[in-house]
Design a protein around this ligand. Structure first.
Ligand code: SF4
Length: 379
């Protein structure tokens, strides 16, 4: 449920690149978006589109030789893009937490799951228990957390909240003693332990069995609602987006191609790439013998084509497509970066059906092109 229009997270012109022997890889190439309080915001795209790098860049987790630049990464109105490592450590796990694809990468194999959650509670909430280096070291290797302490009690409570049976007992177990689904529940409990405002969930169920995938995802979103936490959900799966998100950004080759509220995107996709993704989804009512796939591959991010990065795979590509892309407002909450939406282009002449297109008169300026840096607009 969206509660406020002021962004919780405001990202402007985020660029992340990696200097390699072959040249500079532009993994994220000038993207902008807002996440509002209480919102579930989805980022969808093929592998290699830059979704995960976007999340890691926001969290300050890109290591050298990666370089992260941005005009702004504002969290609750404060620009965190220039924060030191220590300041970002305070943000991570507290204000913003992450749920990664593989829980084994997030959990420490030699600490009980209760210890790991209790540690986050001590570091990021006012329980009044010492979280100094030596005290934590002693807990980790000698004493363990006092089972009567508030941090331990909170850890057990959180395990219960995320649906782990017999949480008191489970809190004393190690990650390898739990199933994959339970481990991911532990990671969700850990993500909630710092009382965050935003959870970034990067393909949180991809590594799990199909049987528990939907269950865990639903639980994550129900808990986010209950705890009043926004979610940035990264996935390659448009069906997951449709079921879970309020708004969505479609990402391709490090750029955002289309953003919209979810219903509008599914009813009225206005970017050829989005349409291609939607056509590749199997449907129960399908009478197609073969699924439509988008032919070709994501371009080399070292030598991206001038203009639209999708042009080599696009059935509608035309002579304007090697010119820099601009953002075109399709409707109030729907923006597409595609030259077919340029006011001077006759879409019918390109066989591009825009019949379901929203009211183009709701545009910023006569041209329908949104000026760069216009606050509050994605892409
Ligand atoms: Fe296709 Fe051109 Fe639009 Fe890119 S800008 S999606 S190449 S029509």
């Amino acid at each position: 449920m969206i509660e406020s229009t002021d962004p919780l997270l405001r990202v402007r012109n985020l660029r992340t690149s990696f200097d390699t022997d072959r040249g500079v890889v532009s993994a994220v190439d000038g993207i902008s978006f807002d996440i509002k309080p209480g919102e579930v915001y989805g980022v969808v795209g093929e592998s290699g589109s830059g979704k995960s790098v976007t999340a890691l860049s926001i969290m300050g987790l890109i290591d050298s030789p990666g370089v992260v630049e941005a005009d702004a990464i504002e969290f609750r109105g404060e620009d965190i893009s220039g924060y030191s490592d220590a300041e970002m450590r305070d943000i991570r796990g507290g204000n913003i937490s992450m749920v990664f694809q593989d829980p084994m990468n997030s959990l420490n194999p030699v600490m009980t799951v209760g210890e790991q959650i209790a540690e986050v509670v001590r570091h990021h909430t006012p329980v009044g228990e010492s979280a100094g280096f030596w005290r934590e070291l002693s807990r980790k290797y000698v004493t363990g957390t006092d089972k009567e302490s508030d941090s331990w009690q909170r850890a057990v409570e959180l395990l219960d909240t995320v649906g782990i049976p017999d949480p008191k007992e489970r809190a004393t177990e190690y990650p390898h003693q739990l199933s994959g689904g339970m481990r991911q529940r532990v990671v969700i409990a850990q993500a909630l332990a710092g009382d965050p405002d935003l959870i970034i969930a990067d393909e949180p169920t991809t590594a799990l069995d199909v049987s528990v995938e939907a269950q865990i995802l639903n639980e994550l979103l129900e808990l986010a609602d209950e705890f009043d936490v926004s979610v940035l959900l990264i996935t390659h799966d448009l069906a997951v987006i449709r079921e879970t998100c309020d708004r969505v950004a479609v990402m391709y080759a490090g750029e955002l191609m289309e953003t919209s509220n979810v219903q509008e995107l599914f009813n009225n996709p206005q970017h050829p790439y989005t349409r291609g993704l939607l056509q590749s989804i199997p449907r129960i009512t399908d009478d197609r013998e073969w699924l439509d796939v988008i032919e070709g591959n994501v371009p080399d991010l070292i030598n991206k084509p001038e203009g639209c990065p999708f042009q080599q795979r696009c059935n509608y590509s035309f002579d304007m497509c090697d010119k820099p892309l601009e953002r075109h407002r399709v409707s109030d909450d729907h923006i597409a970066r595609c030259h077919l939406h340029s006011p001077e282009v006759d879409t019918a002449a390109h066989d591009f059906d825009t019949e379901a297109t929203g009211d183009r008169s709701i545009t910023s300026g006569d041209s329908g092109i949104i000026a760069d840096g216009n606050g509050g607009d994605d892409l």
